[in-house]
Ligand binder design. Structure first.
Ligand SMILES: [Zn+2]
Ligand SMILES: [Zn+2]
Length: 320
C-alpha cells in the first residue's frame, strides 16, 4: 500500500500532478503604516509614520501625531523600537517624537526602554533632539528621582548625515537615505530604502515628482509614495497652490510607479485639501488619477495597513 502510494506520488510528480503548492514562508520583513495623513487632524488617519520590522529589529520612519497609540494597537512596545529615522523637519513628521521617546521610557509594559533613544536623520537631527532634551528636562529629572527610572533610557543617541548613502547597517538590515525634492526652501528632505534578505522597501518621504525616488525605488518589493490633490476650484487659492506644489499629484506618482516597477506600489501621507465650501477629493479620484499613468499593483494605505515582504508582497488591513 505504502509502496504503491509512493509510486503513485512519484508518477504524479513526474506528471506534475502532485507538485506541491508553493508555500509562502512566513516573512520576517514587514512594513506597517502607523499614520497616513498630512498635518490635517483626522480621527482615522494619524500623522506620518511607518513601522519597519526586519528580523529582530524594529524601526520607525518619522514620528507624527499618535505613534504611541498605533504601536499600542499593534502590541509593539514603544521601548522596543531600535531606531527612529527622520525624513525632514516639518512638524507633522516629528511632533510625535517626545511622546515616543519619553512614554517609551516609562515603566509599564508599553515602555521600559533602558537604553538611549536612537535617532538617525539628515542635518538638523542633533539640534532637534538637543532642544527636546532641554524642553523635557524637568520631566526627565522628576521621573529619575521619583519613579527611579534609569537615566540611560531617557538619554538620546543621534546620528546625522549630510549626503546620500548607507546610514545604518546591522544584522542584515541596510538603510539607505536619498535626497528627494520637497520644495526649494525645504532642505534637507530625504526618502529611505530599507534592504533586508534580498528584498527592499522604499519610502519616498515628502516630495514632488523626483528621479531619485525612481532610482532608489527601482526593483523594490514595496514602494510607498506620498501624494497630494485638491479640486481645481480650491487650487485657485494661493495657499493651496503652495501646499500642493510641495507634493506629488497622483498622475505623477503613477509615473514614478510605472518607471520604478515595484512589486507593489502604495500610498501614504495623503494630502487632501478642502475648505468650508469646497470638499476634498475622494480616494476613488486618487486611484482614477493614478490609473492614467500606472496600471500595476496599487494599494491606498490606511493607518495600520501592513505589508509582508517575502517572495510576494501581501497586504493586511487592520482588524480591531
Ligand atoms: Zn508631511
Ligand atoms: Zn513635509
Amino acid at each position: 500500500m505504502r509502496k504503491s502510494l509512493l509510486a503513485a506520488i512519484g508518477l504524479g510528480l513526474l506528471a506534475g500532478v502532485f507538485a506541491p503548492a508553493p508555500v509562502q514562508a512566513q516573512s520576517d520583513f514587514k512594513v506597517t503604516l502607523l499614520g497616513t495623513a498630512s498635518p490635517s487632524p483626522r480621527p482615522t488617519r494619524f500623522g506620518p509614520s511607518t513601522l519597519i520590522e526586519a528580523g529582530d529589529q524594529k524601526f520607525i520612519i518619522d514620528a507624527g501625531r499618535g505613534v504611541p497609540i498605533r504601536l499600542w494597537q499593534l502590541k509593539v512596545p514603544m521601548g522596543k523600537i531600535d531606531v527612529l529615522f527622520i525624513t525632514h523637519y516639518h512638524s507633522d513628521h516629528v511632533s510625535g517624537i517626545p511622546d515616543l521617546w519619553l512614554t517609551g521610557w516609562l515603566s509599564p509594559p508599553f515602555g521600559q526602554r533602558k537604553t538611549p533613544f536612537h535617532v538617525i536623520g539628515p542635518t538638523g537631527a542633533k539640534s532637534l533632539m538637543e532642544n527636546l532634551e532641554k524642553a523635557y528636562a524637568a520631566d526627565i529629572k522628576i521621573r529619575i528621582a521619583d519613579e527611579k527610572l534609569p537615566a540611560e533610557g531617557a538619554a538620546v543617541k543621534v546620528e546625522e548625515f549630510d549626503k546620500d548613502g548607507v546610514v545604518y547597517e546591522k544584522n542584515g538590515v541596510k538603510v539607505i537615505a536619498f535626497t528627494n525634492h520637497h520644495g526649494d526652501l525645504i532642505h534637507p528632505s530625504v526618502g529611505y530604502r530599507i534592504e533586508y534578505k534580498g528584498h527592499a522597501a522604499v519610502i519616498s518621504g515628502d516630495t514632488t515628482y523626483n528621479e531619485n525616488v525612481i532610482k532608489y525605488g527601482t526593483g523594490a518589493d514595496l514602494l510607498i509614495h506620498e501624494v497630494g490633490m485638491a479640486r481645481p476650484k480650491l487650487m485657485k487659492i494661493p495657499a493651496v497652490q503652495r501646499i500642493i506644489a510641495h507634493h506629488t499629484p497622483p498622475e505623477e506618482a503613477g509615473k514614478v510607479f510605472a518607471q520604478a516597477k515595484p512589486k507593489l506600489a502604495a500610498y501614504t501621507h495623503i494630502v487632501f485639501l478642502s475648505n468650508a465650501q469646497i470638499p476634498e477629493r475622494t480616494l476613488e479620484d486618487l486611484v482614477a488619477e493614478t490609473r492614467k499613468t500606472y496600471s500595476g499593483p496599487l494599494e491606498v494605505g490606511e493607518d495600520l495597513t501592513a505589508f509582508e515582504i517575502g517572495d510576494t508582497v501581501t497586504v493586511q488591513r487592520f482588524k480591531k
